[in-house]
Design a protein around this ligand. Structure first.
Ligand SMILES: Nc1ncnc2c1ncn2[C@@H]1O[C@H](COP(=O)(O)OP(=O)(O)OP(=O)(O)O)[C@@H](O)[C@H]1O
Length: 251
């Protein structure tokens, strides 16, 4: 579904990503791990269209997408969250989910003003999807609260719901467990697995919480100083000498 080949990203004199290759297949959870500053978020930014990579190819469902803008990529069915929560804080929880769908569908302003039957039918569907995902992530009772007033763990779940209402085939999560307590991390773990098992979504994940990564990943890619260091199943990665050295070196 996603193939990244020899991806490179240079910022002036700094080669932040150097020949990274990875892939995500249908219904797979794939993680990217590596020490701080390894280039993980830069890889995400290139894949999701926030940066134009300086080298390499990115194919999503067979189509080359490197250099395409983020909104075009998300319409192809690849959506992401950010390391720091990015919600519309002064909007309600449900409004955040409605706006996400508007932006995704590029709703025609005129149709909205005239409220054509087609427009109204789509509005109804959007609301149904929002309600469904709020139930699913346990936020339905908070639907009319301002998003900025939610607890941090709830904001994280809302971000995932906001991605899911656009019905993606690939969901990219950048450090979703950052700042969560152990109980919230376990809930998140179950939620991510259910996205794959119940909704056939593939997940590409950046995460520092090793128990989460080892517990749910089908495959893991390790990068260090911008370069690929190892890839394999959680078991293979756990036993890889280079990986052990890179992590011990960081400690
Ligand atoms: N827009 C940018 N301009 C210049 N340098 C950048 C830019 N974005 C990232 N970098 C640099 O690229 C390198 C990789 O950063 P990146 O954020 O991708 O690492 P990371 O693995 O995600 O780190 P962390 O785990 O701490 O989030 C760092 O040296 C960073 O300073």
């Amino acid at each position: 579904m996603l193939e990244v080949k020899n991806l490179s990203m240079r910022f002036g004199g700094l080669l932040a990503v150097d020949q990274v290759t990875l892939d995500v297949k249908e219904r797979e959870i794939v993680s990217i791990i590596g020490p701080n500053g390894a280039g993980k978020t830069t890889v995400f930014n290139c894949i999701s269209g926030f940066y134009r990579p300086t080298g390499g190819k990115i194919l999503f469902r067979g189509q080359e997408i490197q250099g395409k803008p983020d909104y075009k990529i998300s319409r192809l069915g690849m959506v992401r969250t950010f390391q720091h929560v990015r919600l519309f804080n002064s909007m309600t929880v449900v409004e955040n989910l409605l706006v996400a769908q508007h932006r995704h569908l590029n709703t025609n302003l005129l149709a909205g003003l005239v409220r054509t039957p087609d427009y109204r039918a789509r509005e109804k569907k959007s609301l149904e999807r929002a309600r469904y995902w709020l139930e699913r992530v346990g936020l339905i009772d908070l639907a009319n609260r301002e998003a900025g007033n939610l607890a941090y763990g709830q904001q994280r779940r809302l971000e995932i719901a906001r991605c899911m209402v656009t019905e993606p085939t690939l969901l990219m999560l950048d450090e979703p467990a950052a700042g969560l307590n152990p109980a919230e991390t376990r809930d998140l773990d179950q939620l991510i697995v259910s996205l794959k098992e119940d909704y056939n979504v593939s997940v590409l994940l950046i995460e520092h919480d090793m128990s989460l990564v080892m517990g749910i990943s089908d495959r893991i890619n390790v990068i260090n100083q911008g370069r690929p260091l190892a890839s394999g199943t959680p078991e293979e990665i756990r036993q890889n000498d280079d990986v052990i050295k890179a992590y011990l070196g960081e400690a």
